[in-house]
Design a protein around this ligand. Sequence first.
Ligand code: SDX
Length: 392
Amino acid sequence: NTGAFTYDPGFTSTASCESKITYIDGDQGVLLHRGYPIDQLAEKSSFMEVAYLLMRGELPNPDDYDEFVRTITRHTMIHEQLAMFYRGFRRDAHPMAIMCGVVGALSAFYHDSTDINDPVQRRIASHRLIAKMPTIAAMAYKYSVGQPFLYPDNSLSYTGNFLRMTFGVPAEAYEVDPVIEAAMDKIFILHADHEQNASTSTVRLAGSSGANPFACIAAGIACLWGPAHGGANEAALEMLREIGTPDKIPEYIKRAKDKDDPFRLMGFGHRVYKNYDPRAKVMQKTANEVLDKLGVDDPIFDVARELEQIALNDDYFVEKKLYPNVDFYSGVILSAIGFPTSMFTVLFALARTVGWVAQWNEMIEDPAQKIGRPRQLYTGATARDYVEITNR
Ligand code: SDX
């Protein structure tokens, strides 16, 4: 007991794994990465420093940090053949469909050279994944808007490099806006890892069979795409746009409470948090700051804040402990920066790759690790004899 809150090590009876990476207390709304509170990391750290922390377990000293960033930066380019892979997609393909395909295709380039039993090769594969995700994500966007791909410019920061590859064009110089760079870096930190969520569990389960890490991360991307998980940020902004104005909110609150209506308040509720998602608090503050600094007066943000206030004071949501989660405000910021909603989950996947990679390494390094094999409760037919079709 640290005085701040009491530790609950987790559901020891039903725990799917042990981990030292992320601690969540859903009742108290606590999220720690290697012991450091998420709000402190979001305000004081950088995404590359958080990536180092998740991977290595400690915050880096200046030399280790510089070496880590240099190593990641060296791997930002992708193979020219992989760039050709994009050409096989329709221009209107959802960027997450492209991410599933292209990240999985990294296996075709590195599977043979990645012995996952060799810690050095595991580390190289980890660095390749973290480094190439921004390039692959930016190329998915460029392909969808019919603009040429930009090569990485490794004189920029990890996040600045991504912004330039996404929004830059060969015809003009691109200046990274420090306000946007800082906001994106913070958004990446808030999405970096989150214990054994569905997509991380997918990566661990895939990895437990010995599959190569590139294929495992592609599996995580596929799982994250679902609207109940990472796809909620795209769905939340589309919901806010559909609501349009604060006077329409009561109608949607009513629908969200109607058991016969499949509508859910996207960006609300959580499998674990039965209190305010600490990431959502930082995200709302960041949305305020970014919209003010960019001079964006987006009525959607007013709808989001009004919806939150109404829901937080509604008995149904209070009783069911439904609070805004990480996806509720992120879309407002990403939209203000200029990303289309179709890119929101891609950005989530880019950031969550550092968590997936850290968790994959932790799983592989565990000497007691065995192939995952979830059991079931059988509720089907009891044993019976075959009946010839002529007798049915
Ligand atoms: C992420 O696991 C993680 O850590 C995920 C994540 C990460 O970083 O990896 O945090 C990222 O996925 C965040 C969640 C994003 N998804 C959404 O915002 C989609 C909208 N939310 C819901 O679909 C829902 O809240 C879930 C899927 C997130 C959780 O669903 P559960 O497990 O059913 O939630 P619950 O058990 O707490 O629900 C309690 C009740 C249920 O009703 P009853 O069965 O009791 O009658 O509340 C209802 C739910 O039907 N409910 C909602 C609701 N969420 C739950 N009702 C209206 N609107 C909602 N958003």
